[in-house]
Design a protein around this ligand. Structure first.
Ligand SMILES: [Zn+2]
Length: 101
């Protein structure tokens, strides 16, 4: 029986499904909010060197600062699938976002 490359292809898929490190995933929780269901993570500062723009105040948020990562997840299956849509907030901005309306 000839060996196909299909198993190799499925490995590629598995590799592309990047998961967050367990220490971060432990801090992930789902919050029911008036504006929808959010997946919220508290993130400690990392040395990735990235700088995010906080969607609350539109100011820079260096990855070295402890902050909140959150994204809307109105359907349960999106908890894992929505990682590309996550946003990095100053924790205080995320908590205060309702007051900005
Ligand atoms: Zn902010």
């Amino acid at each position: 029986m000839p060996r196909s490359s299909s198993s190799r292809r499925s490995n590629k898929w598995a590799r592309e499904r990047r998961e967050l490190s367990p220490s971060i995933a432990d801090l992930r929780r789902v919050q029911e909010e008036p504006d929808g269901t959010w997946v919220v993570q508290q993130v400690r500062g990392s040395r990735s060197g990235k700088v995010y723009i906080c969607p609350g105040c539109h100011r820079e948020l260096p990855a070295t600062t402890a902050h909140t990562v959150a994204w809307r997840s109105d359907q349960e299956f999106a908890i894992g699938a929505g990682v590309e849509h996550r946003r990095h907030w100053h924790t205080s901005c995320f908590n205060a976002r309702h007051r900005r309306r």
